[in-house]
Design a protein around this ligand. Structure first.
Ligand SMILES: Cc1ncc(COP(=O)(O)O)c(C=O)c1O
Length: 397
C-alpha cells in the first residue's frame, strides 16, 4: 500500500487535459497551447556562453547551497533590480523555485499543520503541502475587489494553533495581480500578529507592466522567505535553477540539511544562470514589453467578444476569464475532443484546480500569453469561436 501523502496528492490540474491534447494531435489537429506557463522567448545566449566559456573538465557537485558566484549574482541582482540589500549568505540555490517551495513548507510545518494560501493560488502549492503532510487552507481573494489582499479578519477566521505560514505568489499566478509595498506590510502585520512565516513566490517579479511591485525582502523581516528562479524572467524553465532567500539564519541552517541531502543543484545550469542574472535593464524591458503587448491582444479579443469578466493583469503573463459556461473544465476538454476550426484548436487551463474552496473557479479559465502575437491572436479567435459553438450547442439542448 502506498502512502496516504502521495495518494492524497493530485495530478497537476494544468496537465490533466494532456491525454486529450495528445489524441487531438494524432487526429492531425494543431493545438495552440495557452494552458501552461512555459515562456516561448529565446533563452538569452549568454546562458550558453557562460557554460561554454567555463566548460568544467568534471561536471562536479557544486556546494549544496549552490555556486558561490551564483549566490553573489542573485544578491547583486536583488540589489540592482529590486533595490534591497541581500547577502549571498542569505541565498540558497535550489532546483527551481519548486524545490525552494518544498524546502520552505518542509521547514516550517509538522505533519498536520496548516499553511494559508491566498486563493486562487499556483496549483502546485497544494501538491507540495500534501507531500509534507500539511494542509493548505484557502483565504479567498475576490475578483470584485481586484483580488486585493483580504482583511485581517478573513485570516483570523481560519487561523488555528496549527497555522504556520502564509503563501502567495507576487505577481500572482493565475490572476496577474501585482502587490506593492503596502500589501506586503499588511501581510507582515498579520504574520506578526499570529506568529506566522510569510512565504512569497516572486518568480514573475520582472514581468510587471502595471501596479507597483515590492519584493517581500524589502520588509527586512526574519519571518519572510522569498522564492525565485530563472524560469520565467529569463525564459529558462528547463534550467531548473531557483533560490530560497531569507534573512532568517535558523531557516537557512535547516534548509541546508535538505540541500545537503539532495547534494547539489545542476552545475552547468548554475553557471549559465550567472550570465542571465548579469543581464542589463534592456533585456528586462524587452521581456516586459513583449508580455504587455500579448496581454493586450488577449484582453482586446475578450472585450470584442463581449466577455465582461476577466482580469487585466498588471504582471506575470496570465489572464483569468469567467466564461458564460457552467463547467469550464468540460468546455476545455470539449475544445480538445470535439472542436476544431480548420484543423486547429486552443488548449486552456481550467481554474478550478487553483482554488481549494469547493465550487470556486468552476466557470473560469486561465490563458497563458506564451505565444508570439500572431499565433496568440489566432489562438484567441479559435477559442472564442469554440466558445460560441459550445454556447449554441448547449443552450439549445
Ligand atoms: C507561481 C509559480 N511559482 C513557481 C513556479 C515553478 O517555478 P520553477 O520553474 O522555478 O520551479 C511556477 C511555474 O509555473 C509558478 O507559476
Amino acid at each position: 500500500m502506498l502512502s496516504d501523502r502521495i495518494l492524497k496528492a493530485e495530478e497537476s490540474p494544468i496537465r490533466k487535459l494532456v491525454p486529450y491534447a495528445e489524441e487531438a494531435k494524432k487526429r492531425g489537429i494543431r493545438i495552440y497551447h495557452l494552458n501552461i506557463g512555459q515562456p516561448d522567448l529565446e533563452t538569452p545566449s549568454v546562458f550558453y556562453e557562460y557554460i561554454l566559456a567555463s566548460r568544467p573538465k568534471v561536471v562536479y557537485y557544486s556546494h549544496s547551497a549552490g555556486l558561490w558566484e551564483l549566490r553573489e549574482a542573485f544578491a547583486e541582482y536583488y540589489k540592482r533590480r529590486q533595490r534591497v540589500d541581500v547577502s549571498p549568505d542569505h541565498v540558497l540555490v535550489t532546483n527551481g523555485a519548486s524545490e525552494a517551495i518544498l524546502f520552505a513548507f518542509s521547514i516550517v510545518t509538522n505533519p498536520g499543520d496548516e499553511i494559508l494560501a491566498l486563493e486562487p493560488f499556483y496549483a502546485n502549492y497544494e501538491t507540495f503541502a500534501r507531500i509534507v503532510g500539511a494542509h493548505l487552507v484557502p483565504v479567498t481573494r475576490r475578483e470584485e475587489n481586484g483580488f486585493a489582499i483580504p482583511e485581517e479578519r478573513e485570516f483570523s477566521k481560519v487561523i488555528s494553533s496549527k497555522t504556520k505560514a502564509i503563501v502567495l505568489s507576487n505577481p500572482c499566478n493565475p490572476t496577474g495581480v501585482v502587490y506593492g509595498r503596502r500589501d506586503m506590510e499588511k501581510l507582515l502585520e498579520i504574520a506578526e500578529k499570529h506568529n506566522l512565516y510569510l512565504i512569497v513566490d516572486e518568480v514573475y517579479s520582472e514581468i510587471v507592466f502595471g501596479g507597483d511591485f515590492a519584493t517581500a525582502l524589502s520588509l527586512d523581516s526574519k519571518r519572510v522567505v522569498v522564492v525565485d528562479s530563472v524560469s520565467k524572467k529569463f525564459s529558462a524553465c528547463g534550467a531548473r535553477v531557483g533560490c530560497l532567500i531569507t534573512k532568517n539564519e535558523e531557516i537557512l541552517r535547516n534548509a541546508m540539511k535538505l540541500a545537503q541531502g539532495r547534494l547539489a543543484p545542476p552545475l552547468l545550469e548554475q553557471i549559465g544562470s550567472i550570465g542571465l542574472l548579469n543581464l542589463g535593464d534592456e533585456f528586462f524591458e524587452f521581456v516586459r514589453n513583449t508580455y504587455f503587448r500579448r496581454v493586450k491582444i488577449v484582453c482586446e479579443k475578450l472585450e470584442r467578444a463581449g466577455i465582461k469578466s476577466f482580469t487585466r493583469p498588471g504582471g506575470a503573463f496570465y489572464v483569468t476569464v469567467k466564461l458564460p459556461v457552467e463547467d469550464a473544465e468540460e468546455f476545455a476538454k470539449w475544445m480538445l475532443k470535439d472542436f476544431n476550426l480548420e484543423m486547429e484548436t486552443t488548449m486552456v487551463a481550467p481554474l478550478r484546480g487553483f482554488y481549494s474552496t469547493p465550487g470556486l473557479g468552476r466557470d473560469e479559465i486561465r490563458i497563458a500569453c506564451v505565444l508570439k502575437e500572431e499565433d496568440l491572436a489566432r489562438a484567441m479567435d479559435v477559442l472564442l469561436e469554440g466558445l460560441k459553438t459550445w454556447i449554441e450547442v448547449y443552450s439549445s439542448t
